[in-house]
Design a protein around this ligand. Structure first.
Ligand SMILES: NC(=O)C1=CN([C@@H]2O[C@H](COP(=O)(O)OP(=O)(O)OC[C@H]3O[C@@H](n4cnc5c(N)ncnc54)[C@H](OP(=O)(O)O)[C@@H]3O)[C@@H](O)[C@H]2O)C=CC1
Ligand SMILES: O=CCCC(=O)O
Length: 288
């Protein structure tokens, strides 16, 4: 199966390499084209533009930073829309709001193409090992056609119905994750300031009812102020912002998410946007 791939950031690169390792032919494009070189070393071919990739491949996947990036790759000159046509599918795995996804879906389907939104849970390492959780919605026929690729990319693919449902589910999951990371950071600071060893807090958490892979995976590095990006902090703040907008739209009061968003904004203002999202700990440590 030949697959196109647009966007070779942390996630796009890991997913593309995994597809290549599993025998897929992959044609890649990235805005900064030089990032394609590493994929070529793994056996990929390169398209000069998103349109060129779509022209070559029956199914093209996008994994872009945010709503403006996702829209740009589809609607700009030499974008996806120029070559999408009946028989071709576009799967957007970027984390965006339902409105962005719907706009892309309408444009693709109005040209006879097929569209699936498929944002993912799980970070760099699950992307490398095909252990993502895929939250897809849109055209069921494209979902069915893409199953061989989705099965390589993830350990579970949900199909959630109409376009927008995948985006909503992803934003809700990440809203919870951002709140948890913020609370976790507050707990670590409180342990330290009140005279406890935060490493003992990690051990106690690990053995109790709120043990989870995030605390276990990120905690020790946070205590060493190491924030090598797996999930960039600027994207976590984007997801909280988009989840809060979804809350506004549905009149859902989310004071905890709003407070978490403030902490992530603070962290961004400290220049931590490109660090891992666990760097919110630094903003919690130094709230002024
Ligand atoms: N990292 C993670 O753990 C996870 C991330 N996500 C989501 O996946 C998406 C990608 O994340 P991630 O790989 O971490 O992000 P990165 O920041 O590592 O990569 C972003 C990608 O988007 C491209 N891009 C940015 N702006 C534009 C633009 N205007 N036009 C075209 N391309 C653009 C970048 O191109 P260039 O190289 O030229 O800058 C790059 O390929 C995001 O929506 C994120 O929220 C979802 C699950 C987990
Ligand atoms: O959107 C990013 C999610 C990261 C994760 O699920 O670990």
């Amino acid at each position: 199966m030949e697959v196109g791939f647009l966007g070779l950031g942390i996630m796009g690169k890991a997913i593309s390499v995994n597809l290549l390792k599993n025998g897929f032919k992959v044609t890649v494009w990235n805005r900064t084209l030089s990032k394609c070189d590493e994929l070529v070393a793994h056996g990929a071919t390169v398209g000069e533009t998103p349109a060129e990739v779509v022209k070559k491949c029956k199914i093209t996947i996008g994994m872009l930073a945010d709503p403006p990036a996702a829209l740009s790759v589809v609607f700009d000159k030499s974008g996806v829309l120029e070559q999408i046509c009946p028989g071709k599918g576009y799967i957007d795995m970027s984390t965006v709001d339902p409105e962005t996804s719907t706009k892309i879906s309408q444009a693709i389907t109005s040209k006879g193409g097929h569209f699936l939104e498929a944002p993912v849970s799980g970070s760099k390492q699950p992307a490398e090992t095909g252990q993502l959780v895929i939250l897809s919605a849109g055209e069921k026929a494209l979902y069915d056609e893409a199953i061989p690729a989705l099965n390589v990319i993830g350990k579970k693919a949900f199909f959630l119905g109409q376009v927008g449902n995948g985006a909503k589910m992803k934003l809700i999951v990440n809203m919870i994750m951002g709140c948890m990371m913020n609370t976790f950071s507050e707990g670590l600071v409180l342990a330290e300031k009140s005279g406890l060893d935060p490493r003992t807090l990690l051990d106690a958490l690990e053995l109790g009812a709120i043990a989870n892979p995030m605390f276990k995976g990120k905690g020790p590095a946070m205590l060493q102020s190491t924030y090598t990006p797996a999930f960039p902090l600027k994207h976590q703040q984007k997801d909280l912002r988009l989840a809060l907008a979804l809350g506004d739209e549905n009149a859902v009061s989310m004071p905890i998410a709003a407070a978490a968003n403030e902490a992530f904004k603070k962290a961004r203002s400290l220049g931590l946007g490109d660090h891992d999202f666990s760097a919110v700990y630094e903003a919690v440590k130094n709230p002024k």
